[in-house]
Design a protein around this ligand. Sequence first.
Ligand code: ATP
Ligand code: MG
Length: 664
Amino acid sequence: MATDKQTPPQQQESGSESISSVLSEKRKFPPPTEFSNAAHISSMEDYEKLYAEAAKDPEAYWAGIAEQFHWEKPWEKVLDWQPPYAKWFPGATTNICYNAVDRHVNSWRKNKAAVIWEGEEGDQRVLTYAELHRQVSKFANVLKIAGVKPGDRVAIYMGMVPELVIAVLACARVGAVHNVIFAGFAAHAITERVNDSKAKLIICADGTRRRGSTINLKNIVDEAIVNTPSVRSVIVLKVTGEEVNMHDGMDHWWHDLMGLAMDHNEPEFVDAEHPLFILYTSGSTGKPKGILHTTGGYMVHAANSFKYVFDIKDEDIYWCTADVGWITGHSYLVYGPLLNGATLMMYEGAPNYPQWDRFWDIINRHKITILYTAPTAIRAFIRAGDEWVTKHDLSSLRLLGTVGEPINPKAWMWYHTVVGQEKCPIVDTWWQTETGGILVSPLPGATPTKPGTATRPLPGIMVDVVRKDGEPCKSNEGGYLVIKKPWPSMLRTIYGDNKRYEETYWSEFKDMYFTGDGARKDEDGYIWIMGRVDDVVNVSGHRLGTSEVESALVAHEAVAEAAVVSRPDDLKGNALIAFVTLKDEYQGDMKLREDLRNHVSREIGPIAKPDEIRWAQGLPKTRSGKIMRRLLRELASSKEIKGDVTTLEDSGVLEQLREQEEED
Ligand code: ATP
Ligand code: MG
């Protein structure tokens, strides 16, 4: 099956503007025959054919997909492109909630489960499409009674309960613009987002459950809205029964309003370019950006990418573990699955509650067939030990997915063997809040996979890796990942800040969207993400992508997680600093520092050998679980953190790293 491992490094002449690639992974896994035989797209020939057709006439390709949805009024043309501003399906009107819910209620799927929900305490609920439709229609009426008009912004701040999905869909139904704020954020992050989007209404829960305790969300909202003049009312859903203050005239209980609302609601058919939601990026590289997505184009790509990347079938029970507070939750927990009439699993709680096998227990009990999660979770599971996984029957699984960060080949192999039992293809999906949907990913029945690469772009998506001057890179030469043609679910702007939109994405290369990521394309045309361009480390004239050095470190048996940054150095120009989290059984092994440096040198070459290794109990991460290298960079050179930390998950981690440094 798999051919074997590393080959000698590919290096560029020093001083060139390209990014040097040092890691080369040669294992390759063809899709299992049985999987291919039943898949929507079952061979590379079919993929190549579709890709070529779409490339020849992208507008015809997208129009063909769009025709599968309900449009109240047809489009006048497919695309109006005035770089860098796109209008998809101008002239058309539609409603994404109608397409995600009503369409199925009018079909045999009416009594099919739409949402299967499980809470941390083990409580469960199932909403059929008919029930979802009833609740969404009622809540849409509540929004109307509350004075919400098409185009108004509504902030949503609640845990992962079905009402979160209901609230999102009801906003879309009445043409309001939802702005979901992850329930782990503190008051000032809410204030910032609510003020930026000028939300009129906040929908929240009284509380949410996390690792056996409850968090009072309403109190946090009370604190946040002291400084939000746009907010006129707050609707509060009772979940945990927290003690909350209900302010007269301002705060209303969800159940009181639902009790008054009628079942029937006519969806508001809006322009294809009507804003659907604002969502802030994770803040891995700087201050979060308020990304604006619109209705028609987003619907078309979220639905279509979901269908093909997850090869969805009516029998599937699909589970995306991301929170709805992130783009993954928007596109692949709510919209993508529901637009396809799929059954989705939703879990409110921690992956390690009551113990480290919660995910595997859920998969076994609910007979999950498709699991979509993130590398940060996979690394945590590896650290916790295989026995938590192997004690459960995971034979229902047929497909695995990952998103959010480059997945280190070691973590990929673990996912493949321990979770997937070597029979489930892995879709490593590359995309961004800005792209609205997956752009680069294997098609599981067609694409042979390799550990650590998102492989090839989806049909209709023109991505490339280019040099600083915009010319395409040679095979395996590291450069900048760009998108050369507009796509339907692209962001339309940064909310209220066209200038920042133009500068961030469109100023680096002429008429190409710049993703901010470094990448290389290998001999099969597979895209390997090498990390953020902001995080590229410069050593002795070589520009190295962080992910390759980190993958080499993680490949060592003692290492659970690693982050690499550079620091200005008088002698070398730059020194390479690696922050390393060891597996528990290796903690305190002093000899490891030297072992690890030599290991990296052996695996990928002496230029990547870290000058310094620092032990870390944990790494600073965004609340969506991504490593924040910019904070480590600041810590490595000055000990002072000046950058934006609103999305940092746990500030204790930085404290620990500072103390550690003093001890060492
Ligand atoms: P900010 O833009 O505020 O710095 P962010 O980029 O982390 O935050 P997201 O939109 O959540 O916000 O993340 C998109 C980024 O995540 C991509 O640009 C890429 O760097 C990384 N990413 C996502 N999926 C993958 C993947 N499969 N492989 C490698 N990297 C990925
Ligand atoms: Mg980003």
